[in-house]
Design a binder for this molecule. Structure first.
Ligand code: UT7
Length: 324
């Protein structure tokens, strides 16, 4: 019996031009290139230009994903944009991107699950495509975290950066695409941890935008366990394993979290895609940025089994397993 599956047709990403290195940061806060590299693996991050908005980053990534898919904007009838740094409180940044791309059909909305946003958006798009309500989705992660950082707090400002990534998903008949497509997704949240990573402002509470606050050590403590749990769920649902996956594309927050998660799961280091050194933690944009890198450099090929995971504020966490 054939079923509808969501197949990845294209991927694209965008990083703002301006690069901020660790050494440059060390001139404004009490830190060092050595500390940042050793504790996080981050070497540099990109910062959006004045007037360059989350929607601009998102549009560039989306345009590149469409080109990679060989499609045009008019082929898209669903846009889900994962972001915690929208252009405005409302309307959704996805609606801005939709208008800028000239799309007038279907639906566009934002999704907020902080660093897990891309996995949550992918799972949401997959669910909509499989019901037959939509045919082709742009799933975008786009952030301008530089706008919500406290640049005097060395515990957070060295960690984050701006960027965007996108994939095009298409609803396909399994009779035509065989094994390809999203195989399983697993989403989790536990709001009891919400004060460990949050922004101290918002329209309803302070009527300000606020700044990111994090108990880094506390987040770190929970991260590996949550990540590995939700990956075990993906393995249990599909019969896949650390040995049978081709690529592990984790949320890019900290090299030590990535390495510890891969090690706990028994995933060979050669299968781990890491780009955190080049853009820091770009929250919802980090997974599609890493996916695009490994897709463009020829590592991820059609038919490969690709495992994604993310963990972030809320806490939220999730995994997805894709036959590329
Ligand atoms: O996407 C999910 C969101 N977030 C994360 O995944 C982040 C999770 N957490 C982490 O990645 C790590 O906890 C950090 C990278 C934030 C911190 O690394 P750590 O190994 O947990 O360091 P720590 O917080 O235990 O701090 C160690 C020391 C402290 O000094 P004392 O108390 O030992 O004297 C900090 O004050 O490092 C100090 N420190 C710094 N030193 C230089 C904290 N930030 C800096 C800094 N430069 N930027």
């Amino acid at each position: 019996m054939s079923v509808i599956k969501s197949v990845v047709r294209g991927v694209g990403s965008y990083l703002p031009e301006r690069v901020l290195t660790n050494s440059e940061l060390a001139r404004s806060v009490d830190t060092s290139d050595e500390w940042i590299v050793q504790r996080t693996g981050i070497r540099e991050r990109h910062i959006a230009a004045t007037g360059e908005l989350t929607s601009d980053l998102a549009r560039h990534a989306a345009t590149r994903a469409l080109a990679d898919a060989g499609l045009v904007a008019g082929d898209i009838d669903l846009i889900i944009l994962a972001t915690s740094t929208p252009d405005q409180t409302f309307p959704a940044t996805a609606a801005t991107v939709q208008a800028q791309l000239g799309i007038t059909q279907g639906a566009a909305f934002d999704l907020q699950a902080v660093c897990s946003g891309f996995v949550f958006a992918l799972a949401t798009a997959d669910a909509h495509l499989r019901t037959g309500s939509f045919k082709r989705a742009l799933v975008i992660g786009a952030e301008t975290f530089s706008r919500i950082l406290d640049w005097e707090d060395r515990g957070t400002c060295v960690l984050f950066g701006d960027g965007a990534g996108a994939v095009v998903l298409e609803a396909c008949d399994s009779a035509e695409v065989g094994e390809r497509g999203i195989l399983t997704t697993h989403l989790r949240s536990d709001g009891r941890h919400r004060s460990k990573l949050f922004v101290d402002g918002g329209p309803s509470s302070t009527q300000t935008v606020g700044h990111l606050r994090m108990e880094g050590r506390e987040v770190f403590k929970h991260a590996v366990g949550m990540i590995t749990d939700v990956i075990e769920d993906a393995f249990a649902a599909t019969g896949a394993s650390a040995d049978t996956i081709d690529w592990f594309v984790p949320h890019q927050a900290n090299r030590r979290i990535i390495d510890a998660s891969a090690q706990k799961l028994g995933i060979a280091p050669s299968k781990v895609v890491t780009t955190v050194d080049l853009h820091g933690n770009t929250s919802a944009a980090s997974i599609p940025l890493a996916l695009d890198t490994a897709h463009k450099d020829g590592r991820i090929k059609s038919g490969d089994l690709v495992l994604l995971e993310a963990m972030g504020g809320g806490f939220t966490w999730g995994s997805a397993l894709i036959r590329w």
